[in-house]
Design a protein around this ligand. Structure first.
Ligand code: 4NP
Length: 578
């Protein structure tokens, strides 16, 4: 495939809308999508029909809409990608946008609304605060632990989760009583992992591993009683989800959830399974017993479907012809890693061994399930096979597996990526490999090229972590804590696990792409890494994206970030002719 064709495929892939989340207001379904080029909120009727754009973009995060009004609250970045947010509102019927809360400079990470109450957790350089707002006023309720993240609110309680007991391997819930001002940290069992709670009246729904594997539980905020979530139907017990991708309450107090297993999802209301197409379900909302889901697979860009008998499409999203012809096919595979542990990966291939990109996801608490993704799909459609390993630390495989990364970033996770590379070579996928990733994936890419330079032919690192210590010093309260939790408080490991420590060993061509205003993986440590590369003999490219941050929230931004990487691959690692 020549470069002109590759650029045209990337442009086509970047123009395919992504849909991140879905919610329901009183009269409409709303969803967060970059349809038209920029992430904004869109509104469509419960029965489909015309859609319209409710907001100007880019929109960062939508608070889950409520069913008694058509007002939707959402955050926007006001720092050219630097992730300092203000809160806006718009109407799902009329689409009038206005500034709802003029917050001081901070990163808003957890965010919910109920009636005219808006609540959020927001990080500054110094601290994390819990805030509420009514009618535009802003009240700081208190300083909270730096990873505390709000997930829901009722009229009376603000609820959320985070590392609240100083144990990096556990997550606790918090409940803030608006009437007494009391902040309570809750865990059903010390050391257990308890995920973002959702509240209905006084009932707090959360995922927890305290009784073994991940299950949904309900805590009564008043009595303190806790027990398993109750279901009228038993389909969900037969399915036996490994994780709960999404969960919440119906308006009449039943539990709904999306269960996840091996990169695939199923949807349930009150324990009864809803028919959904095979694939992954990144988002779901339930109103009056009707469920609307975001559905996707590697070969199906995200669509909005009314789940159930007909799986009626509200928002269609067909794969453009030029992409579908070139994409290949996707499947989840698994292999044994260096120590015998079972590791899964998403493979997109063209049916025979080829030059292969080992694509490393970010997070690290994230995964490559069976989903459409503009990066994986543009690489596959430009002629490569791709293997995207869910290395230890990934979500989707239970808490024991996810927690293996804590205290060991760049250790066994990198070894799993090496094992995926070897497996692809031994199993008819790869003739030769390149390594590529964004954010934590960019980190593993640089670390891999420095620690095991013989393993890959070249590498592409987007928004990489190059130097943990420098990054830690530049971070706000939330991301400082993130680094400390990820390292299990063993900060003496920061240098040993930093790519800059191994830059002198890099022997293969490397392409680095970073954004000027990135506040999660900041530019300065990357510049230092590039300066070190420049004093060596090897081939490298470096691209800085002006006025952009970590989150890529426009189609043009996606092209800006991905195109240098793909052009580099074509120069250094040209795909074989089909
Ligand atoms: P991500 O970015 O891979 O996009 O989630 C990251 C930012 C910060 C850290 C890790 C990943 N950190 O450890 O601080």
């Amino acid at each position: 495939m020549d470069i002109k064709e590759t650029v045209s495929i990337l442009e086509t892939v970047a123009s395919v809308p992504v849909i991140n989340s879905v919610g329901t207001t009183k009269d409409r379904v709303v969803y967060h999508s970059n349809h038209g080029g920029t992430f904004t909120l869109w509104s469509v009727g419960f029965d489909g029909g015309p859609k319209f754009r409710m907001t100007s973009g880019p929109v960062e995060q939508m608070a889950e809409p409520r069913h008694d009004s058509n007002t939707v609250y959402y955050t926007k970045d006001v720092a050219k990608g630097g992730e300092l947010h203000k809160i806006y509102s718009s109407d799902a019927i009329e689409g009038k946008e206005s500034l709802a809360v003029d917050t001081p400079q901070m990163r808003i990470e957890g965010f919910a609304s109920k009636g005219n109450l808006i609540a959020f957790t927001g990080a500054t350089k110094e601290e994390m605060g819990l805030f509420t707002s009514k009618g535009g006023s802003l009240e700081k309720r208190q300083v909270v632990p730096p990873s505390a993240t709000l997930s829901d609110t009722s009229e009376r309680y603000l609820v959320g989760s985070g590392v609240l007991a100083k144990n990096p391997r556990s997550l606790e819930l918090f409940i803030f009583d608006l009437s007494s001002g009391k902040f309570t940290v809750y865990t059903p069992k010390a050391g257990s992992v308890n995920k973002p709670p959702k509240i209905h009246g006084t009932e707090v729904l959360f995922e927890s591993d305290f009784a073994g594997k991940n299950h949904l539980h309900v805590l009564n905020a008043e009595s303190g009683e806790v027990g398993p979530a109750r279901f009228a139907f038993e389909d969900c017990n037969r399915y036996d989800a490994v994780e709960h991708q999404n969960y919440g309450w119906t308006d009449d107090g039943k539990v709904w959830f999306v269960g996840k297993k091996e990169g695939e999802c199923k949807a349930f209301i009150d324990g009864g399974e809803l028919a959904t197409p095979p694939g992954y379900i990144p988002g779901m909302t339930v109103v009056r017993r009707k469920a609307y889901v975001v559905h996707t697979s590697v070969v199906q860009p995200p669509s909005v479907v009314e789940a159930g008998a007909g799986n009626r499409l509200l928002v269609e999203n067909p794969l453009p012809q030029g992409v579908s012809q070139n994409l290949g096919s996707g499947r989840m595979v698994h292999f044994e890693s260096f120590d015998g542990r079972r590791v899964s990966a998403l493979v997109v291939d063209h049916g025979s061994p080829r030059r292969t990109v080992v694509l490393v996801h970010g997070g690290p608490w994230s995964e490559y399930p069976d989903t459409w993704g503009p990066i994986i799909c543009s690489i596959a459609a430009s002629g490569y096979n791709v293997i995207a390993p869910n290395y230890r630390g990934s979500t989707g495989y239970g808490e024991e597996f996810r927690l293996l990364d804590i205290g060991d970033p760049g250790g066994a996770d990198l070894k799993d990526v090496v094992a995926a590379t070897d497996w692809a070579k031994q199993n008819g996928i790869a003739t030769e490999t390149a390594i590529m990733g964004y954010s934590y994936g960019g980190y593993i890419t640089l670390l891999g090229l420095g620690k095991q330079p013989e393993q890959w032919s070249c590498g592409v690192a987007g928004a990489p972590i190059a130097d943990w210590k420098a990054m830690h010093g530049l971070s706000d309260a939330l991301y400082r804590e993130f680094v400390e939790v990820l390292f299990g408080k063993k900060l003496e490991l920061l240098d040993d696990r930093s790519p800059v420590t191994y830059v002198k060993n890099v022997r293969k061509p490397v392409c680095i792409i970073a954004s000027q205003n990135d506040s999660r993986t900041p530019l300065k440590p990357v510049l230092r890494y590039v300066t070190e590369l420049a004093s060596q003999q090897g081939t490298f490219e470096f691209h800085t994206m002006p006025d952009m941050g970590h989150a890529v929230n426009t189609a043009q931004g996606l092209i800006d970030i991905v195109l240098p990487g793909i052009l580099f691959l074509h120069k250094q690692f040209a795909p074989e002719a089909a």
